[in-house]
Write a protein that binds this ligand. Structure first.
Ligand code: DQA
Length: 137
């Protein structure tokens, strides 16, 4: 089974960025733990701060992989292009957010991804990535 985690803008700063919201672990450490825990899965990871690169990655994996776990970060709330890409690919996409976006500013309540996602997980911290992998098993 092939699953990719795609993280959007500023998530390369996990561990340093607003640790009270996003935790103090780097994504490299989180990803390492996930790879160890789900060793039977071919798990890969991609991060970009560039909207078009996220769209290109969705196109690249979206007809071949078994699952996409997408935290489009701020682009979730703004990107029709990422929403259209999620709609256009065949691979099911699980949307993840570390924080409880519904409990935060109103602009974070809107998602261009959710309508075409298989499901949405938010508010469980970095454990959301683990839960998203489990949803594909
Ligand atoms: C986020 C929530 C977004 O609103 C924010 O822009 C992020 C991270 C989360 O994982 O909680 O960068 O997607």
């Amino acid at each position: 089974m092939k699953i990719i985690i795609i993280n959007g803008p500023n998530l390369n700063l996990l561990g340093k960025r607003e640790p009270e919201v996003y935790g103090s672990e780097t994504f490299e450490a989180i990803f390492n733990n996930l790879q160890n825990k789900f060793s039977e899965i071919e798990l890969t990871y991609f991060q970009s701060n560039i909207e078009g690169e996220i769209i290109d990655k969705l196109h690249e994996v979206g007809f071949d992989y078994d699952g996409v776990i997408l935290n489009a970060a701020a682009y979730t709330h703004t990107s029709v292009g990422i929403g259209d890409a999620v709609k256009g690919i065949e691979t099911p996409v699980v949307e993840v957010h570390i924080s409880n976006v519904q409990a935060r500013e109103e602009f974070r309540h809107q998602s261009f991804v959710s309508a075409n996602a298989k499901g949405v997980i938010f508010g469980f911290g970095i454990k959301g990535y683990d839960l998203a992998i489990q949803s594909f098993l």
